[in-house]
Design a protein. Structure first.
Lengths: 228, 617
């Protein structure tokens, strides 16, 4: 039999099954915590650091990722404080500066409140969220791709750089890749990258309308866990 | 050697070994640690042995090759007993003099004695050397008394008596209570109370538990763990056994850097010897305690010194940290409860059990007890491994032990705690080495590296150095560490190359906060410390770089210019010949000039000029 615990997220009491993560519990109750590397059904590695929340223990706040934090009785979580929003925005800014050529990443940036990018853009085609690696390893057991290298040299590759026979071209890695959706205005050329932010004006209009969650509208774009 | 079946066997053999040890009074102790090996101590050892054989003293004199004494810059080091005579900078040719003069005639050889760089006096007795005198060597002193490859030496000086006491008299709870009363805290950097870790691990249900010794020391310039592990491996094993008994583990691992070949070799020999003596294995000393240790060699990643990454690496996977929302004491190696401690932490355990918690707690400050080993390096007269009681001030370490600045340049700052630590300016030198005091000042004890910097060091360049190191060593798993450190380095590089803008300082601070709070593991969480502490204590250096495009210390190459003083230059042509880039022009006996476009700012000309005519502007 499932055991349930009660936790508090942003002041709301939530009943969640033991063993679920804070992120899953929050999404189930419609509390949107932005996330990128989390995919329902796959293990959570806590690499994008967008789903960070404040975990309050004995009056002290600690920043942690909600995807790797399992619910416990009486847990107090703050998902939307100014501090969390600022740290989340900074991480989203780092991401969008690295890979502006993805609608998913651009949407995440808008959603996390990035108004300007203070770093020179780099037009990379991977943000190392690891969604592809985990779906290949965990869902299909193929292990056809994995992470290679460390630090700046970290990248996703086939073993020894050659596509192995056990890759069956299933395409799951591509389906889950946030880089496959180009920005609305088409791919950005190197040297001409910008923070799109076009949906922001629409969002601020929709904010006042009841029954419309602007975050969810954006979430559809980058495969938010609510829509998969 | 026969197996030790019970504690009386152990005591009997110890008695025998001790009387054999006492029967030889003339002992030549030569350091065979990695530092001295690098300055050819092995040749000295061979030469001394050969000479003793020649003089037919082989049976009367014992040559003991020990682990690191700590004073590596003086190596190879020798201490002669009786008399406690200290010889340094030895060469194989000195062997015959040492044997014929000092051993046979009792003469002290003046040229081999240590010269105090502060007073320029020769010092004969080891314990009177200021470098040693100002220390409180509890762990390192043992290195000098034993051959790390000999369990007999360790037994003779009382080794494994803490284990015997543990198995005979103490329950696991009593041990944890003792450790708790001693106030021992993790020596690897975090300073987490050891007893709390052990209690949590013991209280977690599970039949299978592990203890791990973290010897994956990676901080640049730090080698405390290496010296303890390679100099006294049985001490670590004994500590681990006591810890395993306390938390209920049957299996231990020593995770040691593969770049420490001597430490790997010595700890392997130690484990083999302990197994032969029955100190590792089933039913140790006739108790119901069974324990074994395996050696795992680290594959060369700095991040594997982080506890979760270390465990992942031990499991045979790529060493990347995993989220620590559930602590490793509950969910560690192979998802079993695991107690991981640093080499130095384990090394402190046996003496706490033997001498009592109050003996240990007598040293130190309110919350930081005992002694701590530091690797003292940088621009000071004496460098090496130093062990001091917690609470000793930085000033004592730098000036009393370190002997103060070299070549008359003023000391500006110390960098403590390696890449995760920070820089403290000279007006903070009265701070005690204490976990909290240094943390509040923006630095940390860390694993124990202390780098002393003088006026010729550019603090922005120091921050850049550590960021480069961390960017290289970040595993790249999480965004703030991979991209955040990279962007911080990008900004700092801009600043050192004259492209800095004032608003970048605020961005740097904000980025530092993000990286510190949102990174996955300790590497990322502490990575901004070098930047934050230099920003906090040396803002004027950043401002000079940004606003005036000037490097006050004359280090950042893009911001400096080498110039020849017209009045001092005599046109000798030395610098002209020395310049590898042909950037210096001028006829003989005429004033030389430096072509700024060709100059690569290597600094060779400054070193070569006898007239002090070249300066950095």
């Amino acid at each position: 039999m499932k055991q349930y615990v009660t936790i508090t997220i942003d002041g709301v009491h939530i009943r969640a099954a033991k063993g679920t993560s804070v992120l899953d519990a929050a999404i189930e109750y419609g509390i949107c915590i932005p996330h990128l590397c989390h995919v329902p059904g796959l293990s959570d590695i806590g690499s994008c650091r967008l789903c960070i929340v404040e975990h309050v223990v004995n009056g002290k706040s600690k920043i942690t990722t909600s995807c790797t934090l399992n619910v416990e009785e009486g847990m107090v979580i703050l998902s939307n404080t100014e501090w969390v929003k600022k740290l989340r925005r900074n991480n989203a800014e780092l991401l969008v500066a690295q890979a502006p050529n993805s609608r998913a990443i651009q949407d995440i940036a808008v959603r996390c409140g990035v108004k300007e990018v203070r770093y020179p853009f780099r037009n990379h085609d991977c943000v190392l969220c690891g969604r592809c690696v985990r779906v290949c390893t965990e869902m299909w057991g193929a292990r056809a791709i994995g992470f290679v290298g460390r630090g700046n040299g970290r990248h996703v590759d086939f073993p020894l750089g050659v596509r192995p026979d056990f890759c069956k071209h299933c395409g799951s890695c591509i389906t889950l890749c946030p880089m496959t959706i180009t920005p609305c205005d088409g791919p950005m050329k190197i040297g001409e990258e910008y923070l799109c932010g076009k949906c922001e004006s629409q969002l601020s209009m929709a904010e006042g309308i009841s029954d419309t969650c602007v975050w969810c509208e954006l979430g559809k774009g980058f495969q938010c866990a609510r829509y998969t | 050697m026969s197996k030790l079946n019970n504690i009386s066997d152990l005591n009997a053999i110890r008695k025998r070994l001790r009387s054999r040890r006492d029967s030889i009074s003339t002992v030549i102790t030569i350091c065979g640690g990695t530092g001295c090996q690098a300055s050819r101590s092995q040749d000295v050892i061979d030469a001394v042995r050969k000479e003793l054989k020649k003089q037919k003293l082989g049976r009367k004199v014992l040559v003991r090759v020990t682990g690191c004494h700590g004073f590596c810059e003086q190596g190879p080091i020798m201490v002669l007993e009786p008399g406690n005579i200290f010889y340094c900078h030895l060469k194989p040719e000195d062997a015959s003099d040492i044997v014929t003069k000092t051993l046979l005639k009792g003469e002290v050889i003046e040229r081999l004695l240590y010269t105090d760089p502060v007073t320029s006096q020769k010092i004969q007795i080891e314990t009177e050397i200021p470098f040693y005198r100002a220390q409180d060597r509890q762990l390192l002193a043992q290195n000098r008394q034993l051959d790390p490859c000999s369990i007999e030496d360790y037994l003779a000086i009382g080794g494994y008596s803490a284990l015997a006491k543990t198995l005979a008299e103490l329950t696991p709870e009593a041990i944890i209570e003792k450790i708790k009363a001693s106030g021992l805290r993790g020596r690897g950097g975090g300073g987490y109370p050891t007893a709390r870790k052990w209690t949590e691990c013991r209280d977690t249900p599970g039949d299978e538990k592990y203890v791990i010794c973290n010897a994956d020391e990676g901080d640049p310039g730090a080698y405390m763990d290496r010296s303890v592990l390679e100099g006294n491996p049985h001490l670590i094993l004994e500590g681990m056994m006591i810890g395993a008994w306390a938390v209920g583990a049957q299996q231990g691992y020593v995770y040691v850097r593969n770049e420490y070949p001597l430490a790997v070799k010595h700890v392997r020999i130690a484990v083999q010897q302990a197994r032969e003596f029955g100190l590792l294995g089933e039913h140790i000393l006739d108790s119901n305690f069974s324990f074994d240790v395996e050696i795992a060699r680290g594959g060369g990643a700095f991040v594997c010194g982080e506890s979760t990454a270390l465990m992942v690496s031990l499991e045979g996977k790529v060493g990347e940290p995993r989220p620590k929302d559930v602590h490793t004491v509950k969910d560690g190696l192979w998802h079993k409860p695991t107690t991981l401690n640093n080499v130095e932490t384990w090394a402190n355990v046996p003496s706490i059990i033997l001498n009592g918690a109050s003996w240990f707690a007598a040293r130190g400050t309110k919350d930081s007890k005992g002694t701590k080993i530091f690797a003292l390096t940088g621009r000071i007269k004496n460098t090496g491994l130093v062990e001091v009681a917690m609470g000793t001030s930085l000033r004592n370490i730098v000036f009393d032990i370190g002997g103060g600045a070299t070549d008359g340049v003023g000391i500006k700052a110390v960098q403590t705690g390696g890449p995760s630590g920070g820089c403290l300016p000279i007006d903070k030198f009265d701070l005690p080495v204490d976990f909290e005091a240094l943390y509040e000042a923006g630095s940390m004890i860390g694993s124990g590296g202390i780098v002393v910097m003088d006026e010729k060091t550019c603090m922005v360049d120091v921050a850049k150095y550590f960021l480069t190191f961390l960017q290289d060593e970040s595993c790249g798993k999480c965004v703030p560490c991979r991209l955040g450190i990279d962007r911080m380095l990008e900004i700092i590089t801009d600043i050192t190359e004259g492209r800095g803008r004032p608003e970048q300082i605020d961005l740097l601070k904000e980025l530092a906060e993000t990286v510190a709070h949102t990174s996955l593991c300790g590497l990322g969480k502490t990575a901004p410390n070098p930047v934050l502490s230099t920003l906090r204590y040396f803002p004027e250096e950043y401002e000079a770089h940004i606003n005036e495009k000037r490097c006050p210390a004359g280090v950042c190459q893009a911001l400096i210019k080498y110039e020849i003083d017209d009045e001092k230059c005599k046109g000798c042509g030395i610098c002209l010949d020395a310049c590898p880039h042909d950037a210096i022009k001028g006829e003989k006996k005429e004033i030389h000039t430096i072509d700024q476009d060709t100059c690569q700012k290597c600094g060779i000309c400054i070193e070569e000029c006898k007239l002090d005519a070249i300066s950095v502007a």
